[in-house]
Design a protein around this ligand. Sequence first.
Ligand code: SF4
Length: 440
Amino acid sequence: MAIKVAFHNLGCKVNSYETEAMLAGLKKRGFVEVPFEEGADVYVINTCTVTNIADRKSRQMLHRAKAMDPDAAVVAVGCYAQAAGESLLADEAVDIVVGNDRKHELPDLIEAWFESHEKQSALDDIGKSRRFEEMPAECSEHTRAFLKIEDGCNQFCAYCLIPYVRGRVRSRDPEDVLEEARRLAEKGWSEIVLTGIHISSYGLDFEGDAGMRAAGYGAPLIALLRRLDEIPGIRRIRLGSLEPRLITPENAAALASLRTLCPHFHLSLQSGCDETLRRMNRKYTAAEFAEKVRLLREAFDRPALTTDVIVGFPGETEEEFAATVAFLEEIRFAQTHVFRYSRRKGTVADRMPDQIPEPVKAERSAVLLDLNRKNRLAYAKQFIGERREVLLETAEEGADSPVWTGYTPEYLRLKVPVNGMPGQYVSVMVKEENLLLTEE
Ligand code: SF4
């Protein structure tokens, strides 16, 4: 009888993609997917370690799975499994531990466990891994599909553990990316989001002329985008978070020449204060960042520029925070994701003096959230009275006549009263009453 497997995913879009990829690999071997509830033979938890809370959630899910069925195999896979390592095997709730870069071995490991009922592990020193783990998937959300092109990060920001659990930059072979993109297009996905841990570094590890070292920062990513641009059926491409350094005059012009690329860029700022950025080990100044914004605004018509900011980073004084506020007021991002700094064991920032009390972080977060609401509204309002192409995603249930929601290329979310279907493009006049600003 087929082995029944249930998945629970924690963490980011890259994890979601990898969950789909593992599932695809298991199905190919004859495993059957079942809901994450009592009755599965194997429970796979794709874990996350981005914060101490993520660690706790990962452990809780592993224990919940074992409690549901003590005879089932419980698998810890992904970032928390990589960080906790072999020590996780001492946990009675866990039967199999799989680190990043060994996920493709999951079917073999599960079968080995069923044969022997002995604990299994597949963990490497991820820092030494140099090859992209090829695991095709179809990871989709409404009408857009995610496509992983890269893994790992070489940046070592002071607050982030990711380089330690994801390893160095490993880029996916362009031919494999294109093959997956063509397959997605054939199946009807017309919007693709390129994801990875640090996609700006795509191609850093390629040898020869096509590699980033020879061709320049961002060149392999742009070369890939040019080839994706030629695939019939793909109408929109969005990019995951970009490194400001990638935006040079040449790269901005090259990006603007693409047919499919949406005018929607996420550039992580983290702070608008040079001194805080230096402590964070971010490798730009506020003025350099502002110049990248200027280049994008020159190359694109009112692009949606979104960002992340951390408040309450160790040592952040009132003056430093005020510099961030002033910078956000100057740049007027279309959307700012505000994070309160959260200590992460094993990082440089965790050992820094002058940790900021939680109430101060909460106050600073409230200030930025308020500013975000204003900036977001101001950005969206510029389009009132103009027609925009909306990709329909979901229809409101129970309404007499259908009301759809969907996104413009700038990622403005609009309500559209139309008889449509998911995946259809419609031209919509932007009005104050059809703008949806409450959700992402
Ligand atoms: S760029 Fe910085 S924040 Fe992003 S994954 Fe790398 S180390 Fe972490």
